[in-house]
Design a protein around this ligand. Structure first.
Ligand code: ATP
Ligand code: MG
Length: 488
């Protein structure tokens, strides 16, 4: 089905805003001192960082030390050495834009220069605005190339796309599809378990799309009653129902060219499914209580954690609507199927929380190991909540096993126990050895019990346990007990 989506060049979906503010480096090469300094002065006033060279030797030695973005080089008619320089610099620095200056009438030289890799040429004598136009053309294409490269890099190497974190192959695949579909206005259906990032993906599609400045309007089909969804989506006329004091546009209309995000689409009633289908087919809606129709141009992105195809089989979801929404579908992987992203996601959330709290948080090795083994039924949302909880509970900068939610702690403790019980000789079969508990476990319990019984009086607890205060503190740390009174 994806084949229906046109191939899109990276350039086209560059974010519109946030043009990079960079000063490009320009090297002017000319044996004529007057030309050199005139060019340098003009370029400097245009904001370039300018250097000059009077001959090819000087140019070569300058270029050995660093790269320049634009090379403005004089080409005396018939000079093969200058042509060599152009070819050479393109070979060494393919990113550098070369502009050749040629004497009037030497069209051949200009053609030769272009053949050797020059991007543009200027015929001498030239006016100031000719020079600035040529420089601007070169820098614009350089910046676009750079931005394109950066975006491609971001897609390929970085932690994710836009606000999305993850560089597992599963997520890379999502980014690839996402960056393609963003440019089109086809409907997209996002599937995935709860907390896998369906809404984030919907927002990313919108943000990278051609109508990013238009509104993104979410509608939760799962939590609104049907009549409310209907008036939200399609709008209503004055007096359509009690309380409709004024006419109101539906979201499908007010989105204009933007995106309407139909969240939990699987919960939509059959009656509303029929109405939605009709408006998508006819590209117009009939507001509640109206006799007229209003045109719509919203893009539809829908999401669900239900198995829509199965619902279609059972007659709970309209097949025709399913096909219309499912032009492109994105199936988001569960977190347990992309465990390598867990440390990245955790670091991302901890960084945000650290910023908000003004305190730095990191995970202990054991906590992270336990997180890597956990199945995360609530996916990224569960991970995010766990990090928030852990930071709120933790007394220090390091988040220990004891700061994680209970199920994770249990997993961690099981792992500890397994490590202690690890029995290479296989002696503990069904002989009751499973009841044997590691000393460390019993010790942890004894410590917790003592402190709790004494309502948190650690000094007395230590005395009654027969250990020193320092030993008790060391053991509390060792067993990841951050708050003995709250620990389970
Ligand atoms: N790849 C990701 N990178 C960074 N944050 C993510 C990622 N995926 C999800 N999140 C974050 O996890 C939380 C849950 O994501 P989101 O609300 O998009 O999931 P959902 O699939 O819509 O969940 P639900 O089915 O429960 O509505 C959000 O705070 C979101 O920002
Ligand atoms: Mg959601």
């Amino acid at each position: 089905m994806l084949d229906t989506v046109p191939e899109i060049s990276f350039m086209e979906y560059l974010p519109q805003h946030g043009e990079p503010v960079v000063r490009l480096h320009l090297l002017v090469v000319d044996s004529d001192a007057a030309v050199r300094s005139a060019c340098a002065e003009i370029a400097d006033s245009l904001g370039y960082v300018v250097e000059i060279a009077s001959d090819l030797e000087q140019t070569r030695s300058l270029l050995r030390g660093r790269t320049v973005d634009i090379l403005l080089v004089n080409l005396p008619a018939g000079s093969s050495r200058s042509l060599d320089l152009i070819a050479e610099s393109k070979l060494l620095y393919p990113q550098t834009a070369v502009i050749a200056m040629t004497a009037s009438g030497s069209v051949n030289t200009a053609v030769e220069a272009m053949r050797c890799g020059a991007a543009d040429y200027l015929t001498k004598p030239f006016a100031m605005d000719e020079l600035s136009a040529v420089l601007e053309r070169a820098s614009r294409s350089l910046l676009t190339d750079t931005a394109t490269r950066q975006l491609r890099e971001q897609l390929r190497l970085s932690q994710g796309l836009g606000a999305m974190i993850g560089r597992s192959p599963e997520m890379e695949k999502i980014y690839r599809i996402l960056s393609k579909v963003a440019q089109s206005t086809h409907p997209v259906l996002i599937l995935g378990e709860s907390g896998t990032g369906k809404e984030l993906v919907a927002r990313t599609i919108h943000a990278y799309g051609p109508n990013a400045q238009k509104p993104f309007l979410p509608v939760d089909c799962g939590s609104l009653v049907p009549t409310l969804i209907e008036s939200e989506l399609f709008g209503y006329v004055k007096g359509a129902f009690t309380g409709a004091l004024h006419a109101k546009d539906g979201l499908l209309v007010s989105a204009e060219g933007g995106t309407v995000f139909l969240d939990e689409i699987g919960e939509l009633s059959l009656d509303l499914q029929a109405k939605l289908l009709r408006s998508l087919q006819e590209r117009e809606v009939r507001p509640v209580g109206a006799t007229h129709r209003v045109p719509i141009k919203a893009r539809i992105v829908a999401a669900t954690n239900r198995d829509l195809a199965a619902m279609v089989e059972k007659g709970a979801f309209r097949k025709d609507l399913f096909y219309r929404l499912n032009v492109v579908n994105l199936r988001l992987p569960a977190l347990r199927d992309r465990r390598e992203d867990i440390p990245l996601l955790a670091a991302h959330f901890l960084e945000r929380i650290s910023r908000e709290h003004g305190r730095k948080f990191t995970l202990s090795d054991e906590a992270l190991r336990t997180m890597m083994r956990h199945d995360w039924p609530g996916n990224v949302r569960e991970l995010e909540n766990s990090m928030e909880r852990a930071c709120a509970l933790s007394s220090g900068p390091i988040l220990h096993l004891g700061d994680l939610p209970t199920q994770l702690q249990q997993r961690g403790l099981e792992a500890r126990r397994a490590a202690v019980l690890d029995d290479p000789d296989g002696k503990d079969g069904d002989d009751g050895a499973a009841d044997v508990r590691p000393l460390a476990d019993l010790e942890r319990e004894a410590i917790l019990h003592a402190i709790r019984t004494l309502s948190g009086d650690k000094l007395r607890a230590a005395r009654l346990l027969g250990i020193g205060k320092t030993t008790l503190y060391r053991k509390l740390k060792e067993y990841d007990i951050a708050d003995p009174l709250r620990e389970d």
